[in-house]
Write a protein of this length. Structure first.
Length: 277
């Protein structure tokens, strides 16, 4: 019979091996994209507008379109998702049929393929509401896509706050809303921000739904009614239409850099929030 300490050492070695394999795969992927994409990277590529369907110029308009679309989608989805999580965990009764329906809807939406969201956005926002291929159509569609992620992660973050915090706050005379805002939300913020980070990653990398709702214009977007092309859509069109595989790899490398920067800024915000609390 294997001693307990030996079992622990074997399990620890296995977990370390699995972790190293996962990290190795991730860094191999990033390294391959970097090797293929770095030769074409320059300030002109970042700052110039694309021309001739992306064969020449840079990707400045796609960077602006990506940031614009993601920001509007987050402005729509974050307040609604966090509010839904607060209602479900702090106000709804355990036997509430409405709360059950909201949870079921969130879980169902989380499993729907993005192309279905794109088709819905195209029919409802682009055609029925007459918004056309525009940033607002794409942002509304993206908001529906990332809403389940934000809601579920916010729910789990709120659930992780000990029940005693609420009971002590109410016992000291604080109201329900005061307890939620000053006692529950601050320690739950790291989990909520984690959900927002995951949502940003999905929004930045989305392709199918964006093509159907925001279009693929290479012009600089100036308003919510303008059509735009995001970096992921630009990458897809460059690669699949045979425009330029080298430029596709450079665009992919910049998408990775953008996501790393966003994650770094979000983690920096988390550390500052933790220090203040």
């Amino acid at each position: 019979m294997v001693p307990t300490k030996s079992k622990e050492k074997i399990l620890t070695a296995i977990f370390w091996l699995l972790a190293l394999i996962i990290v190795g795969i991730l860094f191999s992927l990033i390294a391959y994209i970097a090797v293929r994409g770095l030769p074409g990277l320059s300030m002109d590529f970042i700052l110039q507008a694309p021309s001739r369907a992306g064969k020449e110029g840079g990707i400045s308009t796609t960077i602006v379109g990506t940031l614009y679309l993601t920001a509007v989608a987050l402005l729509l989805a974050v307040p609604l998702g966090v509010a839904a999580a607060i209602y479900l965990e702090e106000y709804a009764r355990p036997d509430s049929k409405f709360a059950w329906l909201v949870n079921l809807t969130a879980e169902t939406l989380a499993g729907i393929p993005s192309i279905i969201f794109g088709l819905f956005g195209f029919v409802f926002f682009v055609i029925f509401l007459g918004l056309g291929w525009s940033i607002i159509s794409g942002a509304l569609t993206l908001a529906f896509m990332i809403l389940p992620t934000i809601t579920r992660t916010a729910q789990e973050a709120i659930l992780s706050v000990p029940r005693e915090y609420r009971e002590n706050s109410l016992a000291l005379g604080a109201g329900k809303w005061q307890t939620v805002c000053r006692v529950v939300i601050p320690p739950a913020l790291p989990g909520i921000i984690t959900g927002i980070i995951l949502s940003i990653g999905r929004a930045v990398g989305e392709t199918a739904a964006i093509i159907l709702t925001a279009g693929s214009s290479l012009n600089m977007p100036l308003s919510l009614s303008d059509s735009t092309r995001t970096m992921s859509v630009h990458l897809y069109l460059l690669a699949m239409e045979g425009v330029s595989l080298e430029r596709a790899f450079t665009t992919a490398f910049l998408i990775i850099i953008l996501i790393i920067i966003i994650n770094y800024l979000a983690n920096l915000s988390l550390r500052r929030l933790a220090a203040n609390n």
